[in-house]
Design a protein around this ligand. Structure first.
Ligand code: TLP
Length: 336
């Protein structure tokens, strides 16, 4: 084939690729089909990141000037540069959550009835697993309750499912059940699934067609993206069966931490691959503990003066996990 259409068509040598902007990359197409199948949706769309997945989905579901209902600790609210306001023109209405779950009655009350003064509600977004709550899961029943409330008022529901497969594994359900009632879902290949880059949006064909347009608008058309899709396909094949191991490692560390003095940790939050805890000690702040752990060649990041989140993943072995437990006992065992 002599392809003179554009220099964007150049091929890497070792992957089955094509121009994904016009849907010609067979590896991307395969990834999108596999992802859609895994989530029981009609179609999928590869995007650059979880952040792009969320904004593209919300652009496709809403109109500027509408309201987006979010749990107050949502990633979309805290960590996405306010893109929903700037790019999608959405008014954000946050509601409190219990382990990341909003109360369906409060969601219903927040969906204001249409009248002259009020912004119409454009979408409700859920997050599963919930990052800032510590990797907690939203159940199928809860998700369906929220979807039913929203749909009763003609409002679509988006799920930021960056780690949706962790939720499925932890809850012992098929991921399809967790997203069955939602209008859109995005999950990340580059988080617990361990791929280097990429996220996938899934939903109905019409929604995905609109999302494809917004992805292009945001510069997310990546041409021969098969080189990104291939590790994503491998991740879905190889990593899904071992996600439960990361949850076991998190549990092990959490149980060790919970017994140490001056550690506040709600074991009920340790449902997947994260451990969220606070230090309430006279002798040490969270950043200081991170500095001490660095001496054990352990990297951890404090979220504040008191809070730390540890995330377990493919590259942390069970042996590493034990080393982390030893280091935590040595640094936190004495004192208060
Ligand atoms: N989360 C990252 C940081 O941004 C905090 C992390 O280290 O956990 N939704 C959820 C629930 C996420 O946790 C993240 C990333 C995203 C969306 C955004 O994904 P990317 O980083 O691919 O844009």
């Amino acid at each position: 084939m002599i392809d003179l259409r554009s220099d964007t068509k150049t091929m890497p040598t070792e992957a089955k690729v094509g121009d994904d902007v016009v849907g010609e990359d067979p590896t991307v197409n395969e990834l999108e089909a596999v992802a859609a199948e895994l989530l029981g949706k009609e179609a999928g769309l590869l995007v650059t990141s979880g952040t792009q997945g969320n904004i593209v989905s919300l652009l496709a579901l809403t109109r500027p000037g509408q309201k987006l209902i979010l749990e107050q600790d949502a990633h979309i609210f805290h960590y996405e540069r306010g893109g929903v306001a700037r790019l999608a023109g959405l008014l954000v209405h946050t509601l409190p959550g219990h382990y990341g779950a909003m109360n369906p009655e409060e969601v219903e009350a927040a969906i204001w009835r249409e009248e002259l003064h009020r912004a119409p509600t454009g979408a409700v977004a859920l997050e599963n697993t919930h990052n800032r709550a510590g990797g907690t899961c939203l159940s199928v029943e809860h998700t369906n309750d929220i979807c039913q409330v929203a749909h009763r008022h003609g409002v679509p529901v988006h799920i930021d499912g960056a780690r949706i497969f962790d939720a499925a594994v932890a809850l012992g359900v098929d991921a399809r059940e967790l997203v069955a009632e939602a209008d859109s879902v995005t999950f990340c290949l580059s988080k617990s699934l361990g791929a280097p880059v990429g996220s996938v949006i899934c939903g109905e064909e019409g929604f995905i067609a609109r999302a494809r347009e917004y992805r292009k608008m945001l510069g997310g058309g990546m041409r021969q993206a098969g080189i990104i899709a291939k590790p994503g396909l491998i991740a879905l094949e190889q990593e899904l069966p071992r996600l439960h191991e990361d949850h076991k490692k998190a549990r092990r560390i959490a149980e060790t931490l919970a017994e140490l003095p001056g550690v506040r940790l709600d074991l009920a939050t340790v449902q997947t691959n994260m451990v969220l805890f606070e230090l309430q000690r006279e002798d040490m702040t969270a950043p200081q503990l991170c500095e001490q752990l660095a001496e054990y060649k352990i990297r951890a990041k404090a979220r504040s003066e008191v809070q730390i989140r540890l995330v377990l993943h493919r590259d942390i072995s069970f042996r590493d996990t034990e080393q982390v437990c030893v280091a935590l006992r040595e640094t936190l065992g004495a004192g208060s």
